[in-house]
Design a protein around this ligand. Structure first.
Ligand SMILES: *Cc1c(COP(=O)(O)O)cnc(C)c1O
Length: 435
């Protein structure tokens, strides 16, 4: 399988697409075609990693990593991704828990998979690869955790000073010497602009061999398809029903993976995107005009995206708004509704949800009775509530137990370095740290 840019340049191998991250023409890599599967193709596959190996094999067909796929998947999925039935009288609904990884958010999957691939392709201690990542919180910690202490790999994380939660800050800054976490005195947009400027700077590129681990890398998207394959197959085998999915969406990477799984023939029913108050996608479906804009801050901060980069992939793979709005549902959930949903989740389900997950539970609650009955629904839980304790705990009035792995991480010493949002400051900080 080869990969082409959404903007149409020549095809590259998976290995090149993984290392480059973004195409030379500025587009995003997509597979030249999606393989198609039937449920029977997975008959011999029972575990998540077995299913993932069947699903991803065609994507790796021409890669030097093909022989390592099973091992890469074993390294990626070192934690479970269970579906938990929710108590509900008006239909069959469950929660897909994607938050059992080291940093307690679904981004661990993409980050660990990408790390397993890049270490094999590029891990060279004499000429280390430097992964540059701009983050509003969860991506940076997942990437740092995945590459921590990997030989031949360095990570530079840029996050906006004062705009990540205390626990996110600890998770961003508690790593070994091959990870440099910089608190940028600016916004997330400044971090992203700085990362772009660094990747385009000749002098810096002479000193550092860069790659990017932002959600545009195809190596984050591919492994995410696998948990939708696994969850839908498990459900279909038990019930003969194709479950619908409600997916919290920001940059659209997680939801796009589910859409790709459905396109490939997995037993998936309706897909509904749940966004926060950032309305770019909803407005696009309404008006047919794509109008990216600055993001607005919400309680579901990891979804504060005004220009979802994976829309370019989605349009390239499926079509424009007329097509998309027929195939996808969308719901925008404001902060007041997020708070109400977190309260209702705790009262009805007996456990806390994070603000991002609450966009999905709210969206499902708003479905009419007929739609709730017509399909079995799987709501996607993208992060553990303990990660957002300062939002969740005062609201529901109880302390959320911290998962062991997160607790261990939070007990490590951490230290952060602040820089001005400029290339000179970044270069100075990197040279000082890595010299
Ligand atoms: C990143 C993130 C999202 C949004 O996922 P996208 O792939 O950007 O749409 C939702 N919830 C949490 C907790 C996240 O970290």
């Amino acid at each position: 399988m080869n990969y082409i840019s959404t903007r149409g340049a020549t095809a590259v191998s998976l290995d090149d697409a993984l290392v480059k991250g973004i195409a030379d023409d500025g587009g995003l890599y997509v597979p030249v075609e999606l393989p198609s599967f039937s449920v029977d193709d997975f008959a011999a596959a029972s575990s998540l990693t077995d299913i993932a190996a069947v699903l991803l094999q065609p994507f790796f067909s021409a890669s030097t990593l093909a022989g390592d796929l099973v091992q890469i998947l074993a390294e990626t999925f070192s934690f479970p991704m269970p579906t938990t039935a929710l108590p509900c009288e008006s239909g069959n609904v469950s929660l897909l828990e994607l938050f059992h990884g080291p940093t307690a958010a679904f981004k661990d999957v993409g980050a660990r998979f990408l790390a397993a691939c890049l270490c094999r392709l590029e891990g060279d201690e004499t000429a280390p690869l430097t992964i540059l990542v701009a983050t509003s919180g969860d991506t940076g910690s997942a990437v740092a955790a995945a590459f921590d202490e990997q030989p031949g790999m360095r990570v530079v994380v840029l996050f906006p000073d004062g705009r990540v939660s205390a626990r996110q800050l600890q998770q961003l800054t508690c790593w070994s010497n091959n990870v440099l976490s910089l608190s940028v005195l600016g916004s997330f947009d400044d971090c992203q602009a700085l990362a772009k400027a660094a990747l385009a700077d000749t002098a810096l590129c002479e000193r550092y061999k860069f790659s990017s681990a932002n959600s545009i890398n195809i190596g984050r998207l591919l492994p995410q398809c696998t948990y939708y394959a696994d969850a839908s197959l498990r459900h279909f085998r038990q019930t003969a029903n194709k479950p619908g999915f409600v997916i919290p969406a920001g940059n659209l990477g997680n939801a796009l993976a589910c859409i790709m799984a459905r396109e490939m023939g997995l037993p998936i029913g309706p897909i509904i995107l749940a966004t926060n108050a950032n309305r770019t996608i909803a407005d696009y479906f309404d008006t047919l005009e794509w109008l990216p804009r600055s993001s607005v801050q919400t309680l579901a901060s990891a979804m504060d995206v005004g220009d979802p980069s994976n829309m370019e992939r989605l349009r390239g793979m499926l079509g424009d708004a007329e097509v998309l709005r027929d195939r996808l549902g969308i719901s925008c959930v404001n902060d007041e509704q997020i708070r109400a949903a977190m309260l209702a989740d705790y009262a009805e389900f007996g456990f806390a949800t994070c603000p991002h997950t609450a966009t999905a539970t709210h969206t499902w609650r708003q479905l009419d009775a007929e739609t709730k009955q017509a399909h079995d629904w799987i709501l996607v839980a993208t992060a553990h509530p303990a990660k957002f304790d300062t939002i969740v705990e005062p609201l529901i009035g109880v302390t959320v137990p911290v998962p062991d792995e997160l607790a261990a991480m939070l007990s490590r010493p951490f230290r952060s370095v602040s820089i001005e949002p400029g290339l000179a400051a970044l270069a100075t900080a990197m040279d000082a740290h890595f010299s």
